[in-house]
Design a binder for this molecule. Structure first.
Ligand code: N01
Length: 538
């Protein structure tokens, strides 16, 4: 139904009521701004609202992921598991919304169709899918880095007559796999979690894998009330430690170089990390492990041995072992029995490098060598990462310039928070912002606090318009690539390097910021200390 076209007016409009939009709302409301959040979904939670697929859970430690801004919330909220599952994560978001009465300032079911800057009025105009319109002095995007799900570009997608789901758009009703023949396409972090969970009850599952990923164990466990109490007492220390690490995870990189050690010492260190929970093996590894090929090869060889020991049929292990990239050079899926799934007699792995999918049929999938029949197809095919959610809104800045056109060859931003030519637009967790690859609430807090402080500064000085200079943007973009080019990850196709064949993006760029969260935070602090250097404030 098309809503009335009466224009709603705000000082600040925020798109998205995931964790970043929720905190931005709370902060701006506390600071006395007239703010409204517009959310496409039916409730708060963002990622945790949409990704309801079986097996979905944190891979940051729950107690390191929690927001730190409210001592009261930290006192009242308890985690039941070290790596909490989606239902509990969503409850946490709902708890925050209830606690701070956030929903009264959020419009749900409002999917933004366009956002255009009116230079005369110095305002943004938002138009939503249902025809609703809103105008605001400032526009904050809190639309998430992994929120634009992509279906595979395979012929016949609409032909399948059975059940079909995308992990990132999972239905709210229960889905049963019992006795069913299920196909899963995709083996990224979502696929790995889902496959492991579905394998517990499925009749028969066929996994269609295009590129294997390196997976290491999550090692989740329950948190007893006593342990939760002890965690609560250590929150200050936990947040302090996270602030100091590259990605704000609790794991600190080993300060030694892998290649300075003897093979035995290296092996012992790898073994220790492999047996620890969470991202220990990835983020806590040797400092050269993700930048030096020889060190990375050692780490990779260690994981190959682990995979081979866990998969009984070595021909299947061959298919599960990546051959085109080293460990940790793509986002590492953490697993809880993933490799053992392929020892089950009712699970089949199809290597799409050998037999590509030709089309979806009424009854299932046709590859180059077989016709498969299924009751259900699960698309674990990921997202148009980081810039995709921006591209899905027709965002136009000064002179009607389209953001999508400006970013056609990869993002250009200042601090990943503003874009030259797009005044008064603030992009939380935007491309080239340290938050895109971070233990996200840690970086969201920094982003939201920076933006809020800037808006207060402008209000106090009677300023109405902010915009990054082209020079500052060029310098930041060059710095982002300098940091990225040190990583072996830059030589690999992944969502971090912007490659997504489903949306026709073949060329590698760089979507994240690899200088690390501490360096990013320091840069933002310097910008503020120098009177918002790099921005023109008028
Ligand atoms: O998506 P992905 P995801 N035909 O892009 C395959 C976060 N996350 O949803 O690699 C066949 O990683 C594709 O193959 P390829 C996390 O940051 C966090 O799994 O392109 N296959 C790949 O295997 C993660 O990195 C958690 O060759 C096709 C898969 O689909 C990010 O979200 C949990 C295909 C997509 O993998 C994205 O993860 C889950 C095609 N046409 C996710 N198109 C936590 O634990 C795509 N694929 C917190």
């Amino acid at each position: 139904m098309v809503k009335s076209t009466a224009i709603e007016r705000w000082e600040v409009a925020v798109i998205g009521a995931g964790l970043s939009g929720m905190y931005q709302l709370l902060k701006l409301r506390q600071l006395g701004f007239k703010v409204r959040v517009y959310e496409a979904g039916g409730d708060v939670g963002g990622t945790w609202y949409w990704n309801r697929y079986p097996g979905c859970r944190f891979d940051s430690e729950s107690w390191s992921y929690v927001f730190s801004f409210s001592p009261e919330v930290l006192r009242e909220w308890s985690w039941a598991e070290h790596f909490s599952g989606q239902p509990e994560n969503l409850r946490y978001c709902e708890f925050l919304a209830d606690k701070f009465d956030l929903r009264r300032d959020i419009t749900f079911g409002a999917r933004a169709r366009s956002a255009s800057w009116d230079d005369g009025a110095r305002e943004w105009e938002l138009i939503f899918e249902d025809g609703r319109r809103a105008r605001s002095r400032f526009l904050v995007t809190a639309i998430g880095p992994l929120s634009a799900p992509t279906m595979p570009n395979i012929a016949g997608i609409g032909d399948f007559k059975g059940e079909a789901y995308h992990t990132g758009l999972w239905p709210h009703h229960p889905v049963s796999f019992e006795g069913k023949r299920v196909a899963v396409i995709g083996t990224g972090a979502s696929g790995v979690q889902l496959i492991t969970e579905v394998a517990k009850t499925v009749g028969h599952m066929t996994v269609f894998q295009r590129t294997p990923n390196w997976c290491t164990p999550l090692r989740n466990s329950r948190i007893s009330p006593q342990e939760m109490e002890s965690i609560r007492n250590r929150y200050d220390d936990i947040f302090r430690r996270c602030r100091e690490t590259w990605g704000c995870f609790i794991h600190t990189a080993d300060h030694r170089n892998a290649m300075d050690l003897s093979p035995e010492e290296r092996e012992a260190a790898f073994e220790k990390l492999y047996n620890e929970p969470g991202f220990s093996f990835w983020q806590g590894n040797f400092r050269d492990a993700l930048i030096d090929k020889a060190a990375n090869d050692e780490m990779t060889k260690f994981v190959i041995k682990k995979i081979r020991a866990r998969v009984k049929d070595q021909r299947i292990a061959d298919k599960l072992i990546p051959t085109n990239h080293g460990y940790g050079t793509r986002r590492v899926p953490l697993e809880s029995g993933y490799y053992e799934v392929y020892n089950q007699p009712n699970v089949k792995l199809v290597d799409l490098r050998e037999t590509p999918i030709e089309r979806v049929t009424e009854k299932g999938l046709k590859t180059s060598d077989a016709d498969y029949e299924f009751d259900m197809i699960v698309y674990a095919t990921g997202f148009d990462a980081i810039t995709g959610a921006f591209d899905r809104i027709d965002i136009r800045g000064k002179g009607d310039q389209k953001l999508k056109d400006k970013w056609a060859d990869g993002p250009h931003t200042y601090l990943g928070l503003n874009i030259a030519g797009f005044p008064n637009l603030l992009t939380l967790v935007g491309p080239h912002n340290a938050a895109t690859f971070c233990n996200i609430p840690r970086c969201i807090e920094q982003n939201v606090e920076f933006v809020s402080e800037m808006l207060v500064h402008m209000r106090e000085k009677g300023l109405k318009r902010l915009e990054a200079t082209h020079e500052a943007e060029d310098e930041w973009t060059a710095h982002v690539y300098d940091t990225g080019n040190k990583l072996l990850a830059m030589q690999v196709d992944s969502w971090i390097t912007g490659v997504n064949k489903n949306v026709g993006r073949q060329k590698r760029t760089f979507m994240a910021y690899a200088g690390g969260a501490p360096k990013y935070r320091q840069k933002c602090e310097e910008v503020v200390a120098h009177g918002y250097e790099g921005f023109t404030l008028r």
